[in-house]
Design a protein around this ligand. Sequence first.
Ligand SMILES: [Zn+2]
Length: 93
Amino acid sequence: MSITPEIENWIIQHKQELIAELQHDPAPEQSEPDAIGRAEAWKPAHEAMINHLMACTACHAPTRRYCEQGLELRRAYHDAHQRVCNDINYEAP
Ligand SMILES: [Zn+2]
């Protein structure tokens, strides 16, 4: 699919909303250097989702409307994110 100037404008205008919606989850603790390394684990899933949301006209993050692929990517991201958070909580003193 080709990105028309219209879509490009939409993305530019809604970029902050998209990013804000994606950052609703609490960020993992990053006090230990080790935790930062593990926090990186969810980034590929996060980027895959962002890339999809930027290109997909069916997905609308600010209203939490997602196409099937968008939902799939969102779930993968949340799962990866959750795992990282659980890991960190587990090992915290
Ligand atoms: Zn989509």
